[in-house]
Design a protein around this ligand. Structure first.
Ligand SMILES: [Zn+2]
Length: 99
């Protein structure tokens, strides 16, 4: 049975810098971490994001993969969209506080 994974780039306080939701067999835990790391490195190189946590400013970032309760991405999409809305709301608040 396939499971939906969530691979995250986290600071030591477990603030999520970026995440990748995926289902088997699209990736393995190792290839998902490599994909997320490459995507973040490219975004840093293009000055889209900084290589640090926007909340606590830590640059000690790590990657981890976990299995969700979902069996397919379609089933997980409503929850993923809700988290994305909350994360964008938090980003806007941090942007306002910075300026
Ligand atoms: Zn943090």
């Amino acid at each position: 049975m396939s499971k939906v994974h969530i691979t995250q780039c986290l600071c030591p306080n477990r603030h999520c810098i970026a995440a990748l939701a995926w289902e088997e067999p699209d990736f393995t835990s190792e290839s998902a971490i490599a994909k997320l790391r490459d995507t973040i490195n490219e975004a840093v190189s293009n000055n889209i994001i900084h290589h640090r946590c926007a909340i606590c400013q830590s640059t000690d970032l790590s990657y981890e993969d976990g299995i969700t309760r979902f069996e397919c991405l379609r089933e997980a999409m409503d929850d993923i969209a809700a988290v994305q809305v909350e994360n964008l709301r938090t980003k806007r608040m941090l942007d306002v506080l910075k300026n």
